[in-house]
Design a protein. Sequence first.
Length: 203
Amino acid sequence: MRMHTAYSHADTVNPICPTLVIPPRRSNVTILLLNLTATLAALSRPPPSEPDRHAIVMPVAGFLWRRTAVAGASDVKRLRILPVVLLLLSTGCIGGDDNDVQIDGGAAGTTVTLDAGQTLRVELDGNPTTGYEWEVSAVDEAIVRYVGSDFDPDSDAEGSGGTVTLTFEAVGAGATLLEMIERPSWEPPSDSHQRFSITVRVT
């Protein structure tokens, strides 16, 4: 027999787990424990896609804040919801992308292992305003595909150097040398130009 849960008008349905009902007179601590339990249960399931995470987490955080306000809690007591938000942050539910792997110049000569579909971001010192730009000089595009690059200057000063981020996507199983060279477009590659290389293994 299928059971149906009856809710009174005074009860509030928990948005994380609809089977958990929060009576209006429960303490804020009880509310927090109920939501923490439901959150841990939700985290045991396969993670949703990035847009779905934001669609779920942000309304839940807003609900918790409003619920404690209705219960007459002070701002200090209402901060009890923060552990739930921090828990979601620590598991990647808010902000950041779990699919990204980020390395910098210190990773030169190492092997980076990726799963198919993951994104690799390589951050290197550079200054495109001088005409010297980082470009991909060697890679098997059946394994790793170059997506593009962007430049983040260290300051607003004209001609300022900064960080160049080159983005790649793992597209097929195998291993490939990924090499980049920094040179001006009017000069052919030579040993005098700065290089960066790693081995990328895609599983």
